[in-house]
Each structure stands twice: as structure tokens, then as C-alpha cells.
Design a protein around this ligand. Structure first.
Ligand SMILES: Cc1cn([C@H]2C[C@H](O)[C@@H](COP(=O)(O)OP(=O)(O)OP(=O)(O)O)O2)c(=O)[nH]c1=O
Length: 188
């Protein structure tokens, strides 16, 4: 599919694994950018901006490449939940998600020197009710540490999920249907 060099602007092993479902040949470069939320920024605006900044950060040194940047946040009551800093943060985050529906909001940017496409994909996830003991035990598996919202649907965290409405690949880090379409458009 790709006759142009494709670079994934990410340090995430999940995004690398997902993009490999679409493209045989690509390289990875982590885009180290400031991920602070701006005043009055909505969750969709936030993840869109970060996906664009990650892509642009890598594109500026690779102007002949197609660059893919992405960002994922877990959102409840319009509150953006990032990765947990420590056990207490994980308890706070998973207690908020317990027994409720939240959104996983992923944005991606696919760009080359002629086109730039940014899209947001929202997936609704309903959690069962969690006990504090369950949350602490989960923390000690090591899984929540580098995950937005302190869980991984593709791992042990899958046992907390009652229903999901949307894109599973988007929750894990890259919405594959939409990315495939965007790559086609950029490669046209
Ligand atoms: C909710 C959820 C998140 N995640 C992951 C996806 C992302 O890798 C991570 C969200 O953090 P991000 O900050 O979006 O991405 P990242 O730091 O891992 O990588 P980079 O910024 O370099 O692209 O959480 C899961 O793997 N499973 C899940 O169920």
C-alpha cells in the first residue's frame, strides 16, 4: 500500500502493533511534546491538537514522509483523565469509572506535504462496579501504569468492561478503519 515512507509519531507499542495491521513497512519516532491541557479546551479539541502537534513535530524533520500522530484520553463528565501518576491516582480514576459509562476519545493526524487529515473517534465504554480491593490488585499487575484512564481493554482491564459501543482499536490507540481511509486519501 505504501510507496512513501510512513512514520508513526509515537512511543506506544500498542499503536505500533495496530498500524502494522495496515502497513508492512513503517518506522517509529517518539514525539516528545508538552501534553498540558489548555484553558477551556474540550476533550476533542485537546486530543486533536496533541495528535497534530505529535505529527508536526516529526514531520518538520521528515518533510517527504507521511506522518501519523495520535492521542487517546479517557473522558467522564467532560473531565479528561490521563495516565495514573501513582496508586492513589489509579484508585481515584478507576473509582470515577466504576459502574458508569465513559468515553474513550482518540484523535489522529495523517499528514504529508500536500494533505493533512485530523479526525476524532469517540467510543462509549460501560464499566461494572469495582471494589477498592479489585482496583489495588489491578494496580499491582503493572497494567494500568502507562494507560489513559488506568486500564487496558485489551488486557486484564477487559474484565471491567460490561459494554463497548464504538471502535475497539481506537480504545487501544488507533482507530484502524478511519486511519486506513485517511492513509488512502493522503497517498492519492
Ligand atoms: C483506555 C485504554 C488506553 N490505552 C493506551 C493507548 C495509549 O497508548 C495510551 C494513551 O496514552 P497517549 O498519551 O495517547 O499515548 P502514549 O503516551 O502511549 O504514546 P504516544 O503519545 O507516544 O503516541 O493508553 C490502552 O492501551 N488500552 C485502553 O483500554
Amino acid at each position: 500500500m505504501n510507496k512513501h515512507a510512513v512514520i508513526l509519531a509515537s512511543q506506544s507499542p500498542r499503536r505500533k502493533m495496530l498500524l502494522a495491521h495496515l502497513i508492512d513497512d513503517f518506522t517509529v519516532q517518539a514525539a516528545d511534546i508538552d501534553e498540558s491541557v489548555l484553558d477551556n479546551e474540550t476533550p476533542s479539541e485537546y486530543v486533536s491538537r496533541l495528535s497534530l502537534e505529535k505529527a508536526q513535530h516529526i514531520f518538520k524533520n521528515n518533510p517527504d514522509a507521511i506522518v501519523v500522530g495520535s492521542d487517546t484520553s479517557v473522558v467522564i463528565n467532560d473531565c479528561i483523565l490521563g495516565k495514573p501518576a501513582d496508586l492513589q491516582d489509579c484508585i481515584n480514576i478507576l473509582s470515577l469509572l466504576s459502574g458508569k459509562q465513559h468515553q474513550v476519545v482518540t484523535a489522529f493526524t495523517v499528514m504529508n506535504k500536500v494533505k493533512m487529515i485530523t479526525k476524532v473517534v469517540v467510543t462509549h465504554v460501560l464499566f461494572k462496579t469495582l471494589t477498592q480491593d479489585e482496583i489495588i490488585k489491578y494496580w499491582h499487575t503493572g497494567e494500568p501504569q502507562d494507560k489513559a484512564g488506568s486500564y487496558a481493554i485489551q488486557g486484564i482491564g477487559g474484565k471491567f468492561v460490561k459494554t463497548i459501543n464504538g471502535s475497539v482499536s481506537s480504545v487501544v490507540g488507533l482507530p484502524l478503519v478511519e486511519i486506513e481511509q485517511a492513509l488512502k486519501e493522503v497517498m492519492e
